[in-house]
Unconditional design. Structure first.
Length: 180
């Protein structure tokens, strides 16, 4: 598989420092998830998804670039009342959620929310990403690259037809109101 936006942080744990992708945040109406990640991977670099000894996902360097993309997508983009940052797929059968975290806006977490997901995207899939602040954008995963398109660009894009209505897309992960 190929990497997309895999930028880990070093986190201090009781047993030492570990390099992880931090999805979401800790706190009320929030979920923080750690996914061990060997190192920072450049976009398009070969990676492999393995299972740790505890049965959780772990990302390591790979040698084979087939099998799609492992992508981390965060919708956190500023504070806005009523915001609901999320990731949606046009073809949900071409996407598999590996891990998710989420954050919330406001002390009690009721002002808004944002998603932070790690997924496997097969070539050909189109994702609609709605950040907490700003216009939605689209990601088209091809065999060789990930193309990011604004709404205006998506309307002119000729590689694949990209619907502009939200109803054509399927939410990836939990909805805001399903969260504890």
């Amino acid at each position: 598989m190929k990497a997309y936006n895999l930028i880990p942080k070093d986190v201090e744990m009781s047993f030492g420092t570990i390099s992880v992708l931090t999805l979401g945040e800790a706190g009320r109406r929030r979920k923080l998830t750690y996914v061990p990640c060997e190192r920072r991977f450049e976009d398009g670099e070969p990676v492999e998804l393995v299972t740790s000894h505890t049965g959780k996902p772990k990302i390591i360097a790979g040698t084979d670039c087939s099998g799609g993309w492992i992508a981390r997508i965060s919708t956190k983009n500023g504070y806005r009342r009523g915001a609901c940052g999320n990731v949606q797929a046009l073809q949900p059968d071409l996407v598999r959620l590996i891990a998710e975290g989420y954050g919330a806006l406001g002390n009690a977490g009721w002002v808004g929310s944002w998603d932070d997901v790690l997924l496997i995207a097969q070539p050909g899939v189109v994702l609609r990403v709605q950040p907490t602040r700003g216009a939605a954008y689209y990601l088209h995963f091809t065999d060789s690259q990930v193309i990011r398109l604004s709404t205006k660009e998506a309307g002119l894009y000729e590689e694949v037809e990209i619907p502009m209505d939200k109803e054509s897309y399927h939410l990836i992960g939990e909805t805001y109101w399903d969260r504890p």
